[in-house]
Design a protein around this ligand. Structure first.
Ligand code: ZN
Ligand code: ZN
Length: 517
């Protein structure tokens, strides 16, 4: 985003936003806000709630309020509802995923508090069970196939003769909720995709992988990736080992599940410059009234499919806060002052500085920077997240350099960011695996001796190069070649002569999301 261009327009629109805010824009904030609270699980996120084998969650903000499963024990369910201040009286629909006691056991106690509900039971329950539900005053249906239970909420129908799962349509994509996933978690996600031909944003519940070996679990996680599942919350009967492996693989996209309100962290720092400020508000205003997912941050867990005042209010609530961005996977501030190690602000990906590169504590664009001599200086890091696994972004400040020099390269792989050999224009060699995919070259010089913030963003379908937050080259790229090696900051893929950067490098950031600079 270019702040100076259209500055007045943005100021006016921001003003409009602020006026709406001050005149009661918040009154709308609840509309369409989907919130999910887990009420029963063998894990908890909330002190004082009871854990017990079983599963229940409540979905609020959909057309009708839905209780999914009822746990094993009614008094534990009702106790957790009280503790979490969730009202049984709000529930309009009750779904039972399958006829196992850890999912059905709390139903009659629940109906004792609120019988004004429509229950969707699996075909496998006994006729006595159905009679019990009806005699308590609720209606009971036993769907045989895919069924819509209210706007945006659907059941898969009984799969494998044992279990039905729920699929929500949200602005961020499909959300799949499972009880135990006895028919197979992968098969359930496939069914959801087949029902709607839409992307799967989030899958959570019990995955039932306790009897799977590590390699079987890994293969299922791989299938999740290839089905495009963006976020995962594995709980209940998944098994501790499978939960750990999903968490390891999905990293910041693993959503912890346990008794309590479910939260999915939001990236407020839209342009990835390390601060939530007016530039981020400007980006939001640039996408005003569109459905740009990175800006549709409110209301509720999944937004509402439109960038509007609710999003601006939420962003404003987080202005100037310390950025704790869950999608930032590596960040070398290059603000160190001495020694041979460049620390990573996100944790453990420190880089070794070699060749006698000189720290410039007050010479950077963001505090200090690292000065490289163009002969043999660079920084070497271990393996960072594989860019092929989902959207990613890399942003770097540079000053100086010359044609043919590299800013960031993968060992034995390709140059992620470099100056092209003839003009010093920004280019990337990171490309798709297929035949015919090539490097992407911009027409924007980065070696003119001024500071430039350069970046490469891959959003899963497009590759875009940025210079000073302006897109300078873009093409379609549906995948990127896999590569898991370490990186060279300021050198080519084999530290070859002529590839070393001569100038200042500052603030190297890698995100596992598509940043909007
Ligand atoms: Zn279960
Ligand atoms: Zn079960």
């Amino acid at each position: 985003m270019k702040w100076l261009n259209g500055y007045k327009i943005r100021l006016v629109l921001l003003g409009v936003g602020l006026v709406v805010m001050l005149t009661g824009g918040k009154a709308n904030a609840g509309s369409g806000a989907i919130e999910i609270t887990v009420l029963y699980d063998n894990y908890t996120l909330t002190e004082g709630c009871t854990t017990h084998w079983g599963f229940v969650c409540i979905i609020e903000g959909t057309e009708k309020c839905i209780l999914f499963d009822t746990g094993a024990n009614g008094s534990i369910l009702l106790g957790n509802m009280d503790k979490l201040q969730v009202s049984a009286g709000d529930v309009e629909l009750v779904v039972i995923s399958h006829n196992h006691a850890d999912h059905t056991g709390g139903l009659l106690s629940f109906l004792g508090r609120n019988n004004n509900v429509a229950a969707y039971l699996p075909l496998t329950v006994s006729s006595g069970f159905v009679q019990n539900v009806r005699s308590r005053g609720a209606t009971a249906q036993l769907p045989t196939d895919v069924v819509q239970i209210c706007e945006g909420a659907h059941l898969t129908g009984l799969m494998g003769g044992i279990e039905q799962s729920m699929v929500l349509e949200t602005p961020k994509g499909l959300v799949v909720i499972t009880g135990c996933a006895h028919p197979g978690i992968v098969q359930i996600v496939q069914k959801a995709k087949q029902m709607f031909a839409k992307d799967v944003y989030f899958v959570f519940g019990g995955f039932h992988l306790v009897n799977d070996s590590d390699s079987q679990i890994r293969s299922k996680i791989g299938q999740f990736r290839s089905m495009g599942v963006q976020k995962v919350g594995a709980s209940h009967c998944t098994g501790d080992r499978a939960i750990a492996l999903f968490e390891q693989e999905y990293g910041n996209d693993f959503v912890p599940i346990g008794v309590g309100q479910l939260t999915i962290p939001v990236a407020y720092d839209l342009n990835g410059d390390g601060i939530v400020d007016s530039a981020d508000m400007g980006i939001m205003v640039d996408h005003w009234q569109t459905k740009e997912p990175s800006c549709d941050i409110a209301p509720g867990l999944f937004g509402d499919g439109i960038v509007d005042v609710q999003d601006l209010i939420l962003l404003a609530d987080h202005l100037f806060e310390d950025v704790n961005d869950p999608t930032l996977v590596a960040h070398w501030t290059l603000d160190d002052t001495e020694g041979d190690i460049a620390y990573d602000s996100t944790g453990t990906n420190f880089a070794f500085v070699i060749g006698g590169a000189v720290w410039q504590p007050s010479g950077g664009q963001v505090d200090g920077a690292l000065q490289l001599d163009g002969v043999d200086d660079c920084a070497i890091t271990g393996s960072i997240s594989n860019p092929t696994e989902g959207p990613f972004s890399v942003l770097v400040w540079v000053k100086g350099g010359a044609s043919g020099q590299a800013v960031l390269s993968q060992m034995g792989g390709v140059r992620w960011l470099c100056a092209d050999p003839s003009e010093g224009n920004l280019m990337t060699e990171l490309k798709g695996a297929g035949r015919g995919s090539a490097e992407l070259l911009s027409q924007t010089v980065i070696t003119d001796g001024n500071w430039h913030r350069i970046g490469l963003v891959w959003d899963g379908s497009h590759r875009t190069l940025y210079v000073d937050d302006v897109a300078v080259a873009q093409d379609e790229q549906t995948n990127l070649e896999a590569s898991e090696n370490g990186l060279y900051i300021g050198a080519g893929t084999a530290m070859e002569a002529g590839s070393f950067f001569s100038g200042l490098i500052d603030d190297v950031r890698i995100y596992n999301r598509a940043v909007t600079p």
